[in-house]
Design a protein around this ligand. Structure first.
Ligand SMILES: [Zn+2]
Length: 264
């Protein structure tokens, strides 16, 4: 499948290098599929929708030209061509664009949907932004367990979309966080969402900038789980599977490398 790498939200968090919101747009036999959405047009029109405090912390560009909706149309597609959206988690910088694709089926882990939409826990009520799903997205919740994928014990192939899409449970950043593996033809892409923030975390070098590490800890729900995930992702990285590329949501260099080496 052909995969486009889109930056759907430039970020300038205080004290850290600039970041992106790395979104995958996949041309599948079953229509277009997005992995995460980044920010949406409604975020650009009403920045308060994202939350004032976090806006000051991570300083998103909120540029309409960066939204997935705009980039899908610029590539010559209609928004309605997007049939499925797979989300790594429900943080505001990952699902702001859901309302731009109201007819798409939105795939998420059951744990994440519960944490964001139903949990009364104070940390969840502070963290998640109900205006971003006020339009009533067509949720498809997945219990991810049982199957394994490249050493990860809990995974689920999303057969409703078609072959080549796997949801890999990796809680820690949020309690329902997942990675998404996509068969991109010449290689598999593992979009790790916010399971790590910087390539040095899984490769061992270059060193992770101090404030990037602090930001990652600050927004982690369970730091022990996040550290365990780092170890498991580093093991996978060091296996150097020739047909696998690991990316994450916010690192600019991984985004640029994936984009430059994507099959045209
Ligand atoms: Zn994020």
């Amino acid at each position: 499948m052909k995969v486009h790498h889109l930056n759907c939200g430039s970020l300038r968090p205080l004290g850290t290098p600039a970041m992106v919101c790395h979104v995958l747009l996949v041309e599948s036999d079953n229509g277009l599929v997005l992995v995460d959405t980044g920010f949406g047009t409604l975020d650009c029109e009403d920045p308060g929708r994202f939350g004032h405090l976090r806006r000051r912390l991570i300083r998103p560009a909120l540029d309409r030209a960066e939204t997935a909706a705009h980039q899908v149309e610029r590539l010559g597609f209609e928004r309605s061509d997007v049939r499925h959206i797979i989300v790594t988690h429900f943080d505001a910088d990952h699902i702001g664009g859901l309302a731009d694709f109201p007819d798409a089926r939105v795939h998420v882990t059951t744990a994440e949907a519960f944490g964001a939409m139903q949990s009364r826990a104070i940390q969840n009520r502070i963290r998640f932004r109900p205006p971003q799903w006020a339009h009533g997205p067509k949720l498809v919740e997945h219990d991810v367990d049982g199957e394994s994928w490249r050493g990860f014990a809990a995974a689920k192939e999303l057969t409703e979309i078609g072959p080549g899409f796997v949801l890999v449970s990796l809680p820690g950043h949020t309690l329902g966080h997942a990675c998404v593996a996509v068969d991109a033809g010449q290689r598999w892409l593992l979009h790790a969402g916010d399971a790590f923030y910087h390539p040095g975390t899984i490769a061992g070098a270059p060193p992770v900038p101090r404030w990037t590490a602090r930001l990652e800890r600050l927004v982690a729900t369970d730091q022990k789980m996040v550290k365990d995930n780092h170890i498991r992702l580093a093991e996978l990285y060091h296996r150097q599977d020739p047909d696998l590329m690991i990316v994450c949501s916010h690192d600019t260099s991984l985004f640029e490398h994936a984009k430059a080496t994507a099959q045209q």
